[in-house]
Design a protein around this ligand. Structure first.
Ligand code: BES
Ligand code: MN
Ligand code: ZN
Length: 496
């Protein structure tokens, strides 16, 4: 998608998107087009009682004066509260309409569209960003798509009087690249994306200046990663652990570590999942996908911070060699785990990935992302990622990053009681809770046992967020890219 910014002019043809606030004020773009079309716009607004409420759309096709144009009025809601995320939603809503048609170019006419809370250049940049995010498609496997099913859009033009728009957009564009890295990974089927091919995708980030290290089974055995390796042992595809280092900050300063669950397919293992919906488990690598995309974003925009992304990549399969319920494995930390349910595999992978991250990088701030429990979807639906941490200050920082980017988080409990629920009869702990309920919290309590004293750590359960079942103004249905902007903003606000 080509995205351009230029000084506001009166557009002459094609798909023209005109945002309006609900205060009844008309923008210059609106009145210019209205004059040109002998009042077609104001007539349409009046007849349809269009009030420019947030998200509402009114389309005027082939008005007199510019017969080869399609004018799309987008309701932007109240100007007083209008901020960056609202601008993104306007961009997304506009482009959604354009994608349903045959236009090659979408033009945002922003002359006179301004709000108090956001700089005009940033406003234009955010509209473009939202539009690009919504225009994402994963269609590499469609070989027979009809011409009229396939959007023709290749260019987004933004007409704005703000000369700073292009510069403002630059940063968002790099973050958008990172979001797309994640969406591509999450959308890919598990016969194509498995530990080795995932690791190869990570290696591509070296083009951005990221140092990528890949550990294989032999090395992980040597390190004693019995928990991670136990999950992968039933798969024909060998497990991997990947570290992606972006050292854009002070030399010698310990990096912030982001750790991702990368189960490239989760059948449940011998504790096999039911068939219905199992195909969803191709995106059980959503945490690893988000971490990879975040590193791509940070490296892409040359963030002045030291950050390492670590992903534990395994496939959880039932097999003659698979681990059995009741097996006891020894993690890299030395702690033993009774595996009572092979479907509670994410925490086993993270146990070793988290420990390795702390040992190798001496990271003092660690955030893990994982599609860890179905229970978090019961709690928070597809609206929030679940945040578990004992560190109030870290919770505050992450929540703020969520609010700023729309990758929302909701803090969940993590207490001593949850820790007591994973006591085992024969090992240091068991991988599922002994009692019913609180499944997301007991999973977090399990991870907490692999965090060293003095390390500031948060676990984000993103099972409800990695995949968007319906779509949002800036997210088409499918892989959402959730977490990339969250982590990027967390770094920007606290570590740069
Ligand atoms: N990957 C799943 C969690 C999941 C479920 C993610 C649905 C997205 C959608 C995880 O490995 C799992 O199977 N968790 C079990 C844990 C249970 C066995 C304690 C679950 O949530 O049922
Ligand atoms: Mn599972
Ligand atoms: Zn899983």
């Amino acid at each position: 998608m080509q995205i351009t910014f230029s000084a506001a002019a009166l557009p002459k043809s094609g798909a023209i998107i005109v945002p309006l606030f609900d205060d009844g004020k008309k923008t210059e773009a609106f009145t210019g087009l209205d004059d040109k079309t002998e009042g077609a716009l104001s007539r349409a607004v009046k007849e349809s009682e269009f009030k420019a409420k947030k998200g509402k759309v009114l389309e005027i096709v082939s008005p007199s004066g510019i017969a080869n144009a399609r004018i799309i009025l987008i309701g932007a809601g109240a100007p007083k509260t209008f901020g960056p995320l609202d601008a993104e939603a306007v961009g997304g809503a506009g482009i959604m309409r354009v994608l349903a048609g045959r236009d090659k170019t979408a033009l945002f006419a922003l002359a006179g569209f301004s709000a108090a809370k956001i700089d005009a250049g940033e406003l234009a940049a955010r509209i473009a960003y939202g539009a690009r995010m919504r225009a994402y498609r994963f269609d590499k496997y469609r070989t027979k798509q009809e011409r009229d099913e396939k959007p023709a859009l290749t260019k987004i033009a933004v007409h704005t009087p703000a000369s700073s728009a292009k510069t403002a957009y630059g940063r968002h564009d790099k973050i958008g690249d990172g979001v797309f890295v994640t969406r591509d990974l999450v959308s890919e089927p598990a016969n194509v994306l498995y530990p080795d091919s995932f690791a190869k995708r990570c290696q591509k980030l070296s083009a951005l200046g990221v140092k990528v290290k890949v550990l294989g089974v032999t090395e992980m055995k040597k390190l004693g990663m019995g928990a991670l390796l136990g999950v992968g042992q039933g798969s024909a595809r060998p497990s991997k652990l990947v570290a992606m280092e972006w050292m854009g900050g002070k030399k010698g300063e310990a990096p912030v570590a982001f750790v991702g669950k990368g189960v490239t397919f989760d059948t449940g293992g011998i504790s096999l999942k039911p068939p219905k919906g199992m195909e969803d488990m191709k995106w059980d690598m959503g945490g690893a996908g988000a971490v990879t995309g975040a590193i791509a974003a940070l490296a892409g925009r040359k963030a002045k911070a030291n950050v390492v992304g670590i992903v534990g990549l395994v496939e959880n399969m039932p097999d003659g060699n698979a681990q059995r319920p009741g097996d006891v494995v020894t993690s890299m930390s030395g702690q033993t785990i009774e595996v009572l349910n092979t479907d509670a595999e994410g925490r086993l992978v993270l146990a070793d990935a988290l420990w390795w991250a702390q040992e190798t990088y001496k990271a003092k701030t660690v955030v893990d992302l994982a599609t860890l429990t179905g229970a978090i979807i019961i709690s928070l639906a597809h609206e929030f990622g679940g945040m578990f941490t004992k560190d109030d200050a870290l919770a505050k920082k992450l929540s703020a990053a969520g609010e700023a980017t729309g990758d929302l988080l909701w803090r969940m409990p993590l207490t001593k009681t949850h820790d007591e629920m994973i006591k085992s009869d024969i090992a240091d702990m068991q991988n599922i809770s002994s009692g019913p309920g609180g499944g997301s919290s007991t999973a977090a309590a399990f991870l907490a046992r692999f965090i060293k004293e003095g390390v500031s750590w948060a676990h984000l359960d993103i099972a409800g967020m990695a995949w968007n079942p319906k779509g949002k103004p800036t997210v088409p249905k499918g892989g959402s890219g959730y977490g990339v902007r969250l982590l990027d903003e967390f770094v920007r606000a606290n570590h740069e």
